[in-house]
Design a protein around this ligand. Structure first.
Ligand code: FMN
Length: 174
């Protein structure tokens, strides 16, 4: 069962929580995959409520996102099992079924073909309305040096920004 919510009532909570890691889920055909994200923005674009995510080129998640243009974001409302954030932030869906490994409960999406996750119950369903590859030349130098430069473990692994229109927001209840 889910309880619909007004996403703006949770804006502070979402932005306070994202730094510790929340989940971005994608699905394609019969496969579902989730990964930890620590960056993102909640806001308004073209008069629509939007959640934007930044996904590096190397992520399996990017393959699904580019195919379907749909994702969900799941945010904990209470303490979350740190193993979930750690494993989903270090293992790729290419090598591991993270839902199975962590025994995560997928709850079917309502406006998108991507499930939410009961263990992190605040769910945003999103449809991509804009995407843009980063222009390396436009990145401020200290950010470039820290996150993309030669010698870092993410050298040249740029992000694509996806603006997801929030089509539903709800809490998954037991
Ligand atoms: C706290 C934390 C935050 C992260 N934030 C992001 C992010 O915002 N964007 C990104 O592309 N990767 C981020 N990652 C890395 C991905 O979660 C990680 O590479 C994951 O294994 C990718 O899974 P996939 O290949 O199944 O898509 C983060 C990892 C951690 C631990």
């Amino acid at each position: 069962m889910v309880k619909e919510v007004n996403v703006w009532d949770y804006a502070g909570h979402i932005m306070e929580t994202i730094g510790s890691g929340i989940l971005l889920t994608t699905a394609y055909q019969d496969k579902v995959n989730t990964m930890t994200i620590g960056w993102g923005q909640l806001g308004v674009v073209w008069s629509k409520p939007v959640f934007s995510v930044l996904v590096r080129e190397s992520r399996y998640t990017k393959e699904f996102l580019d195919k379907t243009g749909e994702f969900t974001v799941n945010i904990p409302l209470a303490k979350v099992d740190k193993n979930i954030i750690a494993l989903c932030g270090t293992k790729s869906g290419r090598e591991l079924d993270k839902f199975q490994a962590l025994n995560l409960t997928a709850v079917p999406g309502q406006s998108v073909s991507v499930p939410g996750i009961r263990e992190l119950p605040l769910t945003l369903e999103c449809k991509v309305i804009y995407r843009q590859d980063q222009d390396p030349k436009a990145i401020e130098k200290t950010c470039f040096d820290r996150f993309y430069a030669a010698g870092t473990h993410n050298e040249g692994d740029y992000h694509t920004v996806y603006y997801g229109e929030i089509t539903k927001a709800y809490i998954i209840e037991e």
